[in-house]
Design a protein around this ligand. Sequence first.
Ligand code: ADP
Length: 231
Amino acid sequence: MSAPQDYPALWLHDVRRSYKQGDGALDILCGAELALWPGESVALIAPSGAGKSTLLHVAGLLEKPDSGEVYMGGEPTAAMEDAQRTTLRRHEIGFVYQFHHLLPEFTALENIMMPQMIGGLTRAAAKKRAEDLLAYLGLAKRMGHRPAELSGGEQQRVAIARAVANSPRVLLADEPTGNLDPKTADHVFNALSLIVRATGLAALVATHNLELAGRMDRRVTLRDGLIVELP
Ligand code: ADP
């Protein structure tokens, strides 16, 4: 059998997705093709309405494509039952959104422990990894803070730590710095890059921030439902 790194972390192959619109159909993805390799960060830059969220939802196994295949570490997912997709999503995919979506009544540490315990880790093991991740992202002194007691940039860094808590293969981010001032956005982006490099996961980051996109390995856009490489 081939070693896992012989496969892309994520491969969207001939992915099609359309939405009903009145009597017709709105074709959003029309044979999209995208491979993300371990350790690679790819920026997805496209105007509003082009289909970025749809692509991220399909890549994140939250939505099924109408046709085509989504391979996660070489494994096809289209024919999987929902429960199997949920398990795979929980273990293999981390999500970061524009707004942090941390649980307000829990501390930073607890927010990162939670997905690990749901994933089956003991409390002690989850705590250790959460502490390590927060320290790694420069938040050692903020572990006991609730989200409301953190700055916007700190909240996003905690959200990144939570997204990678289960050591996913793929990190999907939808405008992760969209809500931040330029300097804070820079800090959060550096945290994200640090994690990608340290863990070897593959990251797909939808962003309008061209400066940050320029610092990723590759840039792609969506044009007429297809993924097109940008210079
Ligand atoms: P983006 O994230 O690039 O702004 P989206 O993927 O959210 O784009 O949406 C692409 C297009 O598909 C938009 O025109 C949107 O209105 C439409 N769309 C998205 N989700 C649905 C849905 N569930 N039902 C119908 N149309 C949708």
